[in-house]
Design a protein around this ligand. Sequence first.
Ligand code: PEP
Ligand code: MG
Length: 606
Amino acid sequence: MPSTFLTSERTRRNQSDRVIRHRSMMLELQGIPVSPGVAIGPALVLDADGYRIPRCIVPASDVEDEFARLHTAVDLVSAHLEHSRLETTATAGRSTGDIFAAQLQMLHDPRLHSELQRRIGEDRQSAAFAVSGVLHNYASALRRLDNPLLADRAQDVLDIERQLLMQLGAVTRQPLSDLSEPVIVLSHMLTPSETANLDRRFVKGFCTETGGPGGHTAIVAKGLEIPAVVGIGDFLHQIAGSNCVIVDGDRGKLIVDPDDDVLENYRERAEYRRSLAVRLAELSQLPAETTDGVRIQLNANIEFPHETVACIDRGADGIGLYRTEFLYLSSDDEPSEEDHYQAYSEVVQKMDGRPVVIRTLDLGADKMGRGNMAHRENNPFLGLRSIRLSLRNLDVFRPQLRAVLRAAVHGDVRVMFPLITTINELRQARMLLNVVAEDLQESGLPYRSDLPVGMMVEVPAAVMMLEHFASEVDFFSIGTNDLAQYTLAVDRSNEYVADLYQSSDPAVLRLIQHSIDVAAKSQTPVSVCGEMSSNPGRALLLLGMGVRNLSVPPSALPRVKKVIRNVSIDQCKAIAERVMKLEAARDVDLYLLDRLSDLAPELVMQ
Ligand code: PEP
Ligand code: MG
């Protein structure tokens, strides 16, 4: 059976499980919660190909104009297709030219036109919105017929849609930057860099059809503190005419056209969150210390220099992970050494003597850069990413290392290499750091070369060899996001296997425990900077396993500090002991939730 068939079957089954249609017009869709919080507002719909559908419903007085716009668009696309048909027939023969003849036939299909007439005339949809809705429904219907030939025709239908939308002036995603009022973005997908560029003043939440729990889109959403749900499956064309939507980033729900009770309930929840945030803010200047007096280093993960403000406000002890690749992803130009230096110096100076761990570029996979750093691969998470990519692009890596050593004069800077898998990679990276320091020495620029050098522990191979790494680094930082991905053979950004992606899986926990034990034995400081540490229940577990240094997104600092201040290390050890006997991630999480409800009930949202 072809895998595409299996995939579409699965999508369909999942989809029907995920949609609850209520007697009112309300529609409830289930996805994967990736960034907590609740957002309520008008939807801005981007269709599957990245087109922005400008207006959904038009006033009655505009209906005639929309008909006229549709007819003009159909005429123009028709002329274009006819031209392509003639050209292709002349150059490639009649059977190839017939592809366009078939598209022309579809474009003039009377049923298509009567459905478009109905949507525009009766439902008062804009021409673009009607085109997008009708043609997507056609394409989905063709795909459902389980006939490979007809499924291929679905692509033709989508191609016609694209051409019509272009003529109708549906613009690409770029204009997300010209927003002037609050919206909830509903999109097929958002890349990490698109997410990084969202205007937080206006984008109050987002939901995507694709995406998995550990993807960098999810991480950026958390960094920006935008409530988000991903991996909902095919839904964009079920929401015609919807004005108000709710994104429930805690439970992974998108609610379209909520009824009054639901709206009220969510407003109350949003209010509860706000009052909890106020109460937790009172802890911000208190130490992250357990009830039996053990001080935990509670650091923050950042992607952008401006996040240091939130880190200081919320009392972070330092920056445990600065994901520098976002300097690349959020700008159109390749950053220069000076750009790196300015960004790092800003962070280090704002942190005012607190430690700052600068992680070198972790580009590749779902964080594609530009130029040499951009390439297509079949399995990008197993390919040329991260330190591998940096070591093969020294013209990009060197300026970054120079900037790190230069910024180190301003404070307590530490440098960390991502995705280290073999000892040779670590040695090469360290050697380059030394070479760069010598260059700086010659150039006479101020720099520091005695800064601590660490590595991310995020590949099982590195965990298994960790005692060998211990003698060559000053610290370890466990990256549970990638460690879970590579241990469980689950793509962290793939919605189809999202249920299998669990950092609380016992296999992952054993690797973490082994890393902590090696670190303790070799007296190498170790922290956990993966998303796992931002979940209060899992943070308890990590403390019980022996971790004393956690790094979490700034948004998670208050709740993680709260849970730390509510428990003793003995309580955490008892939790870890019990958890290490469990056999499945689900059992681990249920148990942790249960313990959290006892130990810090206010953090467990009802
Ligand atoms: C990780 O893999 O756990 C990690 C912190 O790095 P990133 O999420 O940026 O890959
Ligand atoms: Mg990682």
